[in-house]
Design a protein around this ligand. Structure first.
Ligand code: APR
Length: 257
């Protein structure tokens, strides 16, 4: 069944709103060549999350955990934003209130030009001192020293990412909840909607009377709550919506003159 009618309806809806929030997951970076977590060749199919992405795993064997994060940084470093990232960066400028909330740690949204962004799960290009909590930007691939140490106090540095069993930064989470419950539309792109608290943000939108638009090749636990759920790849679908949005706005532009 063609997705064209849904694309038209979604574009029509977006052309009538001002406050838009976007929630992305690893699926939006799949077309850039970065593996997802739970997909066919997903990371959690090959690696044990409890051995690599928990605080206890890190303190038990920081070298092993850092070797894995160094490998992931090596994989991500040459990757470029795809059409999906680029569309969303452009949309930041066409809506009066637009914020992108991401679960991704790859930094590709920023590379595409997105500035209004909340990183719920941290960023793989930032290191944090386990003693003083200082954040250090680091793009070194591969890392020269594993495990890396704080240049100030010589304590272990850890990846500035949120591991399983850890809480999100309070200010970031509160901001994400506020933005989700005050937007007219939330676009939920490339996430399996199983990891909390991110998976609950769209429900805050619906509770406040806003609309949920989901983009994913697969059905997820969120699909039955969505006003529109479009099957397919984010890069392709966001381009189609953008083309339709431009057509509508051009038409409206003409109409008002
Ligand atoms: N376009 C859109 N969606 C896609 C694409 C694509 N090209 N390719 C795959 N997807 C979808 C998959 O169908 C799946 O539903 O992206 C989703 C990826 O889901 P997960 O692998 O579970 O990743 P994510 O939802 O981002 O995981 C959430 O879990 O492991 C933790 O901290 C990690 O941030 C991560 C969190």
């Amino acid at each position: 069944m063609s997705r064209k009618p849904k694309i038209k309806q979604v574009a029509e809806m977006l052309s009538q709103v001002d406050r838009v929030t976007v929630l992305t997951g690893s699926g939006i970076s799949a077309e850039s060549g970065i593996p997802t977590f739970r997909g066919e060749e997903g990371l959690w199919k090959t690696y044990q999350a409890e051995e690599l992405a928990t605080p206890s795993a890190f303190f038990k064997n920081p070298k092993l955990v850092w070797e894995w994060y160094d490998w992931r940084r090596g994989l991500m470093a040459p990757k470029a934003p795809n059409s999906g990232h680029i569309r969303l960066a452009a949309w930041e400028k066409i809506f009066s209130t637009f914020t992108l909330i991401t679960q991704n740690i790859d930094g590709l949204h920023q590379k595409a030009g997105t500035t209004k962004i909340l990183e719920l799960h941290g960023n793989i290009w930032k290191l944090r001192c386990t003693e003083e909590g200082t954040l250090i930007e680091n793009q070194e691939v591969p890392l020269e020293v594993i495990p890396p140490l704080c240049s100030e106090c010589k304590a272990l540095l850890r990846p500035h990412v949120v591991w399983f069993g850890e809480s999100l930064e309070t200010a970031i989470l509160q901001n994400a909840i506020q933005l989700s419950s005050s937007c007219e539309v939330i676009l939920v792109i490339g996430t399996s909607s199983v990891v909390q608290p991110a998976a609950s943000l769209p429900l805050a939108t619906a509770d406040a009377g806003g609309k949920i638009i989901e983009i994913n090749p697969e059905v997820t636990p969120l699909t039955s709550y969505a006003d529109f759920s479009i099957r397919g790849k984010a890069g392709e679908i966001l381009l189609e919506i953008d083309e339709e949005l431009n057509r509508i706005n051009r038409y409206k532009g003409t109409a008002s003159q």
